[in-house]
Ligand binder design. Structure first.
Ligand SMILES: Nc1ncnc2c1ncn2[C@@H]1O[C@H](COP(=O)(O)OP(=O)(O)OP(=O)(O)O)[C@@H](O)[C@H]1O
Ligand SMILES: [Mg+2]
Length: 442
């Protein structure tokens, strides 16, 4: 196989596809065979990136999204559960990958600096990297104050969704929440201060009990001990996440402005830094932002730019079992997002713990090193795109090697994913440097 062969085998253009890396076996030098992914299919028909820890999932997605933004002027939103992607904007400045200089790929030598230059240009136009974070000092320090605080409006969830806002909440407690939110909506105009909701659930619980028009089951729920428990749990999430609108915190998060309106030609990589938050908080934030993105992209008036979302730790946000507010929304985007230009990448270390409806909607699958037999079986079951001999290769793949198949690539191919332009935040710490074994005798 050579370049000309591949070139004839499928057509690609730098304007409509991205260079993910080179064919394994033809990785370096003049003989290198570049592999391209069709952007439209990739970004709107969903992508699953599946592999064990350290195999290179986040790095691969990083390479893809910096090209979507830095070369193709796209809008990307990353839910950065561990604050890794955010490292590319440490100190409030674009951080370049130090390995750019040593790349031996001729295309990358030209393109990687161009990505950085373009991102810098976008930055001056209000795009580029935009970091959203909870209202906490630790984030302000990490980004030297160049981050924007999340001030989300809980009531932007549709009421149906609200019942599942806290996973596993018993029915009686859901009723208490419903009543409190109803009263909150009645007495406050948007944007509604979340502190008022907390008050309704704590010091003002008696007022809720006196409300008119309560159903019998609501009265019963409000009278029971459940009432206090629901309040406690919601209050904990709200206080811990520090991501909701209060009158004291300034303006509510304006996702329409952050994503950009259709026709605004300024690309942006929006990083939602969720480092250190509990699973409850992350699910609510991810669910709330994702559902607003779908709503804004499908709005008749002033729809937002098409957006590509990245869900790290997909098995937590779209789990195979149990209830989860983020799963409902991810499922909805999986099914309806394409029509409005909303697509996603879902990343997981444990594919067999991912919701099968979500993965079955992913038209591109990137499988990297996987040793767990359950996970291998899940991949071969969920996708007829992989042959058994493909699956058999997965355990022995090296870091950065990916078997890619699906509609954005003409045939299943084994690719060595190329170098990133932006600094990657997921590297393993150099533990021996940290432990300093030499100092035992020193
Ligand atoms: N294509 C690549 N080229 C060079 N280095 C890579 C590549 N892919 C991964 N690496 C290196 O391997 C390490 C692990 O990669 P990465 O952070 O993407 O793992 P991961 O699959 O996301 O793991 P986890 O599930 O634990 O988050 C990184 O430190 C990165 O430097
Ligand atoms: Mg990772």
């Amino acid at each position: 196989m050579d370049y000309d062969f591949l070139r004839n085998f499928y057509e690609f253009s730098e304007e409509t596809s991205i260079h993910i890396g080179n064919l394994v076996g033809y990785e370096r030098g003049a003989e290198a065979v570049p592999i391209y992914l069709d952007v439209n299919t990739l970004a709107t028909e969903h992508l699953a990136v599946l592999a064990m820890t350290g195999a290179g999932k986040s790095y691969t997605v990083g390479r893809i999204i910096e090209r979507l933004v830095g070369l193709l002027n796209g809008t990307v939103v990353v839910f950065d559960t561990h604050g890794e992607y955010g490292r590319a904007f440490a100190q409030g400045q674009l951080q370049t990958n130090p390995s750019i200089a040593s790349t031996d790929d001729a295309r990358d030598r030209e393109v990687l600096p161009r990505i950085i230059a373009n991102l810098n240009t976008l930055q001056t136009r209000g795009g580029g990297i935009i970091v959203l974070s909870p209202q906490a000092d630790k984030f302000d320090n990490k980004y030297a104050g160049q981050n924007r605080h999340l001030a989300l409006q809980l009531d932007n969830f549709e009421l149906d969704d609200l019942a599942e806002i806290l996973p596993g909440l018993p029915e009686a407690q859901q009723r208490v929440l419903d009543v409190a939110i109803r009263q909150w909506r009645n007495e406050c105009d948007a944007p509604r201060d979340i502190q008022v909701l907390i008050e309704l659930l704590t010091t003002r619980l008696d007022e809720l009990r006196q409300m008119e028009g309560l159903s019998e089951s609501e009265q019963k729920a409000l009278g029971s001990r459940s009432a206090g428990i629901a309040a406690l749990r919601l209050r904990r999430v709200i206080n811990e996440s520090q991501s909701f609108y209060t009158a004291a915190a300034g303006n509510p998060t304006d996702l329409r402005a952050i994503l950009g309106r259709r026709g605004e030609a300024v690309g942006r990589l929006v990083i939602v830094d969720l480092q250190g938050l509990s699973d409850d908080s992350r699910q609510i934030i991810v669910g709330l932002i994702s559902s607003e993105i779908l709503r804004l992209a499908s709005a008749n008036a002033e729809p937002t730019r098409p957006a590509f979302l990245v869900f790290e730790e997909g098995h937590n946000f779209a789990p195979a079992g149990g209830t989860s507010i983020s799963r409902n929304i991810i499922k909805r985007i999986a099914a309806e997002g394409r029509k409005f230009g909303v697509g996603f990448a879902i990343i997981s270390q444990r594919p067999s713990k991912l919701d099968a409806d979500v993965t079955s909607q992913c038209n591109t699958i990137v499988a990297m090193r996987i040793k767990n037999p359950d996970d291998q079986r899940f991949i071969s079951k969920s996708s007829d795109m992989f042959s058994q001999s493909d699956i058999d290769e997965l355990p022995s793949l090296s870091t950065g090697e990916a078997l890619i198949c699906g509609r954005s690539i003409p045939a299943p191919l084994l690719v060595k994913v190329g170098t990133k332009a932006l600094r990657h935040g997921g590297e393993s710490p150099r533990i021996l440097d940290e432990w300093a074994p030499g100092s035992i005798n020193g």
